[in-house]
Design a protein around this ligand. Sequence first.
Ligand SMILES: Cc1cc2nc3c(=O)[nH]c(=O)nc-3n(C[C@H](O)[C@H](O)[C@H](O)COP(=O)(O)OP(=O)(O)OC[C@H]3O[C@@H](n4cnc5c(N)ncnc54)[C@H](O)[C@@H]3O)c2cc1C
Length: 169
Amino acid sequence: MIGSDLFQGDKVGDTRARFIDEENGGLERGLRESGLIPRLRHAGRGSADRSDIIVTGGRGIGSSGNFRHVLELAEALGGMAGATRAAVEAGWIEYEYKIGQTGRKVFPKVYVACGVSGAVQHLAGVQAELLVAVNSDPDAPIFQLADYGILGDVEKIIPLIIHLLNQQA
Ligand SMILES: Cc1cc2nc3c(=O)[nH]c(=O)nc-3n(C[C@H](O)[C@H](O)[C@H](O)COP(=O)(O)OP(=O)(O)OC[C@H]3O[C@@H](n4cnc5c(N)ncnc54)[C@H](O)[C@@H]3O)c2cc1C
């Protein structure tokens, strides 16, 4: 579900996510109509001493080469990057970036979780006003909590979000 349907209160299963996928005009249209891009840009204008937006990469990012997309999106938003334990253990990013029960605790306005399943040990470190999840599995637990759920491949969606941010700048 995307577009106007999405904002008339439709839910995916029991989730509270505004769900954006390839249906009904595609991801780009869904993202444009969702209102997410301006919200991301607004959150990125945080204060100098505190990042109001964190973009986290999980195992679904797939490789250290792909992890640069996470860093690029964080930078485009004026935010910071984070990682799950799986991404850290894969060696894609330093330990200091790990968020969760045994990592950093973060309190951003917006948390963008990319290729992250939503394990309790990870989410134990996250307290955010708005949770955005990008995941290729419609049954990923993180969609149960996300305010915006974007279904698809991170390799495609992160560059698309950056593109839309640049376009609407
Ligand atoms: C005692 C203990 C402490 C722990 N502490 C922490 C901690 O502090 N922090 C932490 O993060 N974890 C911690 N863990 C580990 C935690 O339980 C999870 O194993 C971990 O968080 C999973 O990381 P992940 O979401 O990146 O990986 P996964 O659970 O493997 O999820 C990867 C997700 O990526 C999606 N995906 C795959 N390919 C793509 C694609 N191309 N595009 C989009 N999505 C894709 C999949 O659908 C999946 O949902 C701890 C575990 C224990 C037992």
